[in-house]
Design a binder for this molecule. Sequence first.
Ligand code: PGA
Length: 268
Amino acid sequence: MIKRTLIVGNWKMNLSIAQASFLVSKLHKKIAGHRDIEVVLAPHTLALQPVSLQIDRRRFRLAAQNAYYKDEGAYTGEVSFTLLNDIVHYAIIGHSERRVYFNEDLDMIRDKVSACVRNQITPILCVGETSQEWSNGESKQVLHDQIVSALSDLTANEVAGMVIVYEPQWTITTFHGRPAKPDEVKSAVDFIRKQVSELYDDTAAKHLRVLYGGSVDEHSAGSYLRVEGCEGVLVGSASLNYQRFAAIVDSAYRKNRERADSDAKRQD
Ligand code: PGA
């Protein structure tokens, strides 16, 4: 089974529509269409529509940063997954900024994951512990609870198609974090797959894509992408600069070439 490496740029509440359009046109020139890499952009809701009209869909896919879990109705100020489903392939759910600043709890995140799947959008579920939980040695318990809850309405097949990102709060620029070390990422990625395998089955655990996010930049991306089982990165600040983001995509490309070369050598 060939899984494409996933590089997601989370622009958060940054970039005007004009700036977003400029960034996309620069990226388009810099990023060649590598078939084994999937590049996903997550603009704020207002920029989704114009960016969707601008992108070459063979080169970029779009993700929503958030949506409401009801499909339609009297919910002033909200946008639903139903309304987004012909614009985006993915939606980021459970990001720690939403958990912390908007009080999204486990139930809300579970409902958003279900609504996302119901509307044929692939969830990019972010999980991870706070720095306090990390210092207390509670990381695995937190990951377990977040995964069990968020996936509880899904079938094994639906879980197999989704993306889970290990993005602990203590690594995110917003929370003045430090980047995780590759061996810390390896142990979390393995743990996430083990949880999915125990809750569902080995097939779901194998098919699911697991990523790392948190202070990823053009210098560190390669070291995370070389972690066995880590199939991509979620990038915040460094995705706002087209040269830095393109360099991250390029390191994914180089890593895939290295792997293909060493596989070919092994077969000789
Ligand atoms: P960062 O953000 O790369 O700026 O740390 C990552 C994220 O919040 O998705």
